[in-house]
Design a protein around this ligand. Sequence first.
Ligand code: NAD
Ligand code: ZN
Length: 357
Amino acid sequence: MKNNKNVGKYLFAKNGIKVLPEIINHRRKADKNICVFYIDHFFKDSKKFEYLKEKDDLVFFVDTTDEPKTSGVDSFVKSLKGYRDKICCLVGIGGGATLDTTKAVANLLTNEGKAEDYQGWDLVKNPGVYKIGVPTISGTGAEASRTCVMMNVEKNLKLGMNSEHTVYDQLILDPVLSETVDRNQYFYTAMDTYIHCIESLAGSYRNVVGDTFSENSLDLCRKVFNSEDMMSYENRERTMLASYLGGLAIANSMVGVVHPFSAGLSVVLDIHHCIGNCIVMNVMEEFYPNQTEEFKTFLEKQNIKLPEGICADLTDEQYEKLYLSTVIHEKPLANALGPDFKNILSRKKVKEVFKRM
Ligand code: NAD
Ligand code: ZN
């Protein structure tokens, strides 16, 4: 039984970002008036969001070349030393990486220790600092979810702070903001939500709540990816909503075979989450036949080319690492294939699947 926490408030509107200063001002108090912004580095030169900053506010640009690391989160927290008692809220403006960074920092401002101390389930004790999420690219569902994924390099562990305290207090969902996203990236990230939903619907953990969010999210995805211009304003609106619903879907169910294989690619070849999922989805015929076929029609319709041959010639050691970092995800694999999934996903089978990518 799951007792779910939703995002506190959300505003879904064209140019909704214009309401952000008012929302922030509402949080400001005489002795607690600093707003801290975490903004994706893509916006650094354009100064697009500079107008949001008031006198004492702090702005940090998040380098999203790599996915968030626990060490990066810790250093953001360190840079707020001396300000803690004066912070009224945090604002994350960007994609999954920036949204997750902001969530993690918010938790660590009210919970002692380091980011790695809270990687796991329900380890965060105190509610974090009030946080506002503003997605600028859609698909991961990070805006809706109760986790923030971070790589712990020393422990070779990619895991989030799964906690109800990680859920955003406020979202601004403004489809205008995703206008500048690179076309390929837009496709890869949006497909994360498609994949969350098809995995969720095909799993044994499915239920009426998760199914309803998944089905609605998939309807929106299909409209977008069967259309002529997946990045028109109306389609960016649909993708933003699909991502939010997909995040809720996964909060009520579980992923399946694609995410564990994608995690393998991430650990061994450092491939990012969303493009990794697409590379895996493209070879999932035996696990998700109809969905794989549909995915290929999206690729063709939108003229998106995926990297090929990325696992064709790896060392035995790399294939072994790929196998281990895939089958370690027992819950999603059991959700998709049953408790005896290791009989299906033998070393030979896993290697064969990776070789097709
Ligand atoms: P991202 O944050 O990794 O950004 C992808 C790229 O898009 C970056 O180069 C960024 O600079 C660029 N970008 C973002 N917005 C832009 C805009 N408006 N215009 C131009 N460029 C823009 O994107 P993502 O794919 O949304 O997120 C992936 C991350 O999300 C991974 O770190 C993954 O682990 C995480 N994730 C989190 C959850 C969760 O529930 N918390 C779920 C899935 C994935
Ligand atoms: Zn995902």
